[in-house]
Design a protein around this ligand. Structure first.
Ligand SMILES: O=C(O)CCC(=O)C(=O)O
Ligand SMILES: [Fe+2]
Length: 342
């Protein structure tokens, strides 16, 4: 098993409030263990977030190795002068792929603080020949094999989560997988993020509070800073840290799953704040894979979730849309991206 970079960084402080999210074994998830499947459903009905322990399965271990390689790549991919990276800047409302400079995400917190995180958004379709290529810097093109392996493996891992959720919701097993087919054009992408370090007294926000708008997110980070809203009644409205764990991915659902289940599953608000304690002065990186529905998937519930025992947990997800129109994912995602500024 590859050594995690987490072990060579200053420790995450002991005394901070942690989100009590479930830890799911990838081996048990991939082998359809019944109590694991129930725990995945429960996690997705409550927090919308869980840890996936990747140390106990071969495909999990491959993902951990790839995430460590992508971390090394990130350090090289963000070290160019900003003017150079700006040549690849994404075009809001046209395409979300390419470079995103810090300070361009919609400001959602009370103080209207700008974000301090830059991204490379790398399309799965571009690297797998599913859509015509766009320009990317040579440093990313040189790692095409790694990007292809990671996007394929992370997608497949997310599909196992989707199969489990469909089965648990009494739907045909492939219901969600069929809306997120790997080989069809979609907004799926790998995101490399880099947050600039902050002095411990700085009030900046890494990424303002948001929900992801795709189907499933597979996230690797090494330094603290990610937070989700507390679900403990006495701590309502407060934020809790998701502490990075060696060999684990953080999995969360996006708004498309709220739409597909008419609110039976949750996409939770999260944000990135300066890394805590001794970690504060360091550059923070994360490696993310976002599963997005195929461009031609219809953004509507896949079953009758108003009947039976389903409780609505996901909030209403709207893009200022006409209630009488069923949008395709391609149309829906463009509207969401314009709203968010990414
Ligand atoms: O960097 C992280 O830990 C989270 C990143 C994130 O939420 C995002 O890119 O949507
Ligand atoms: Fe996110």
């Amino acid at each position: 098993m590859v050594k995690s970079t987490i072990d060579s960084l200053p420790p995450f402080p002991e005394n901070l409030p942690l989100a009590p999210i479930a830890r799911i074994s990838s081996f048990k998830l991939f082998s359809n263990d019944a109590s694991t499947a129930a725990a995945v459903l429960e996690a997705c009905q409550t927090y919308g977030f869980f840890y996936l322990d990747l140390t106990d399965s071969p495909s999990g271990q491959a993902l951990v190795e790839e995430s460590e390689e992508l971390l090394k790549l990130s350090k090289r991919a963000f070290e160019f002068p900003k003017e150079e990276m700006m040549k690849y800047h994404l075009e809001k409302g046209v395409s979300m792929f390419g470079y995103k400079a810090a300070g361009t995400v919609k400001k959602t917190d009370k103080e209207l603080r700008p974000d301090t995180t830059e991204f490379w958004n790398i399309s799965k379709d571009h690297f797998h020949g599913i859509a015509p290529m766009r320009t990317y810097p040579q440093v990313l093109l040189d790692s095409a094999d790694l990007i292809k392996d990671f996007t394929k493996n992370a997608h497949e891992c997310a599909m196992e989560v989707l199969r489990t959720l469909a089965t648990q919701l009494d739907l045909p097993k492939e219901t969600f997988v069929d809306l997120n087919t790997f080989n069809k054009p979609a907004g799926d992408h790998c995101r490399l993020t880099h947050k600039f370090p902050h002095a411990s007294d700085a009030k900046a926000v890494g990424l303002p509070s948001h929900t992801d708008f795709g189907t499933v997110t597979v996230l690797f980070n090494w330094l603290g800073g990610l937070q989700i809203e507390s679900r403990t009644p006495s701590r309502q409205g407060e934020w809790e840290y998701v502490k990075p764990l060696p060999g684990h991915a953080v999995i969360n659902l996006g708004d498309a799953m709220v739409k597909f289940t008419n609110g039976a599953l949750k996409s939770a608000k999260h944000r990135v704040v300066p890394s805590p304690g001794e970690q504060v002065g360091l550059d923070r990186y994360s490696v993310v894979y976002f599963v997005r529905p195929c461009n031609d998937s219809l953004m509507k519930p896949v079953g009758d979730f108003d009947k039976g025992t389903h409780v609505k947990v996901g909030g209403k997800v709207s893009v200022g849309e006409d209630e009488n129109v069923v949008y395709t994912a391609g149309e829906w995602m463009v509207k969401r991206a314009i709203q968010m500024g990414s």
